[in-house]
Ligand binder design. Structure first.
Ligand SMILES: [Fe+2]
Length: 249
């Protein structure tokens, strides 16, 4: 056997080995790039160890439904400011060693800056996860739960849209799961959320829609209903269904 053919076989083996190592590493890197995985860490980690999460897509990926400039400002300026101000608000207090969910459960005991900025940060984490460039459809299990609770997908859309349209001033529309595993639609003011003890009805959000003007004004100006219709076109049903099924399993 010639030296050249030994070298060729050696190189072939090395390349196969590199592929075997690189493919799982690349897959892992892609998974860790999304907010879904970040969120798991975000909800489980002490607040003083959190890092500002990456968007799971590029800022222009939601076009034409949500324009790039809006996403750049919304994510890079608004959410980032909430994050920085949240960390500043808990710095040096016992809260910085707790998780966000632990703090939210007793948010009424904390200063307004913790609620406003903590909600401002974490609500947007759920928001960015709730949408993606190519929408899909709810899983069979979630679709069944929607039909059981609301009668139809159209009725869920109507109630969710109304929750967003009728929120006076700034706030959020939510689809959440209560402690009995039941779906419900609600709206909260400013940066409150169903995870907080100040919410009219508490639960775990699986879908969040931001109706602050900063979420849509550049493209839609005063036409909040048009923004809501666009939001409905880009719901990340894979993530929403996954969250639902994790809660009710
Ligand atoms: Fe926002």
């Amino acid at each position: 056997m010639s030296v050249i053919s030994i070298n060729k076989r050696f190189m072939k083996n090395i390349i196969s080995l590199l592929i075997l190592i690189a493919v799982p590493l690349l897959a892992s890197a892609q998974n860790n790039n999304g907010l879904s995985n970040n969120k798991k860490c975000i909800s489980m980690k002490a607040i003083n160890t959190l890092e500002f999460p990456q968007l799971p897509y590029s800022t222009g990926a939601l076009e034409p439904f949500i324009d790039q400039q809006t996403v750049e400002i919304h994510y890079g300026k608004h959410q980032k400011a909430y994050f920085d101000n949240f960390l500043a608000a808990v710095k040096g207090t016992d809260a910085e060693k707790l998780t966000i969910l632990e703090v939210f459960k007793n948010i009424s005991k904390y200063p307004a800056a913790v609620k406003n900025n903590g909600g401002g940060f974490y609500n947007h984490v759920i928001y960015w996860e709730s949408i993606k460039p190519n929408s899909g459809k709810p899983s069979a299990k979630l679709a069944e739960a929607i039909n059981k609770k609301f009668g139809s997908m159209d009725e869920l859309k109507k109630q969710f849209t109304d929750a967003g349209k009728t929120r006076f001033g700034s706030g959020w529309a939510w689809l959440s799961v209560d402690d009995k595993g039941e779906l419900f639609v609600s709206s909260t003011a400013n940066q409150e959320s169903p995870l907080m003890d100040v919410a009219e009805k508490q639960g775990t959000p699986i879908l969040a829609m931001d109706v602050w003007e900063h979420a849509y004004y550049l493209k839609y100006q005063n036409r909040r209903p048009d923004y809501i219709e666009s939001f409905w076109q880009i719901i990340n049903w894979d993530v929403v269904s996954g969250k639902y099924e994790a809660i009710v399993k």
